[in-house]
Write a protein that binds this ligand. Sequence first.
Ligand code: ADP
Ligand code: AMP
Length: 223
Amino acid sequence: MRLVILGAPGAGKGTQASLLAEFYHCPHVSTGDIFRKAIAEDTQMGREADRHISQGRLVPDEITIELVKQRIEEPDCQYGFVLDGYPRTQNQAVRLDEILRQKCLYLNKAIQIELGEDEIYRRLANRRVCTDCGATYHLDSLPPKTPGICDLCGSALIQRDDDNDETIKERIIVYHKLTEPVLSYYKKQGSLLVTSGEGDILDVHKTIINSLETRSLRANDSH
Ligand code: ADP
Ligand code: AMP
């Protein structure tokens, strides 16, 4: 499966991408996680990315597209991947199609997770992430077993620097302006699958899997 997960900040892209990657036994590729790792390691790319991320802006396309190209050309992505947080501009979507087409590959689906703005703020204000493995928690809906400690690796949990009201507001503006055209791009292609992000994490996951599997069964039937 080659999937991309789209949606506003806090819609649940990372949460659902991680479950889908487990289900389809393929890598979960999050551009946000790659940038945060580069920032933590204080690389040149990390310092450049941080200038944009801390302001709620997108990292420039020329950096992001090259990074994704290199990542999906790694051997573990050979049979599939779940891309989380990419593409965020129409240019990124076009380039992804070109990169795949050169290898005679294509995307199976672009999944859009829809969520209302009030709930987006509630989710981002309560999001906590592991400083080491990047696992994501929510203080109400998905709390860690021990407060402040990651269940998976025992490292400290923190609130992301960009999960503050001012930056969230900017990220939502950027989403409407630059990322929403990507939804129309996939809709025109016939590859957009829209799903609600409301409700329990596992229920959202099951709905996505049902849609994906029903569609692939139908596709098989017609051959
Ligand atoms: P995104 O990757 O789209 O920014 P995340 O997957 O990090 O969003 O989710 C944002 C926050 O909401 C996290 O704290 C996560 O644990 C929580 N969350 C995700 N999906 C749900 C859900 N269906 N119900 C309640 N909380 C959720
Ligand atoms: P995320 O972890 O997906 O919320 O991403 C965190 C931040 O990283 C975003 O607000 C952007 O600043 C940057 N980022 C992540 N993915 C992309 C992308 N595809 N294009 C540009 N910037 C990105």
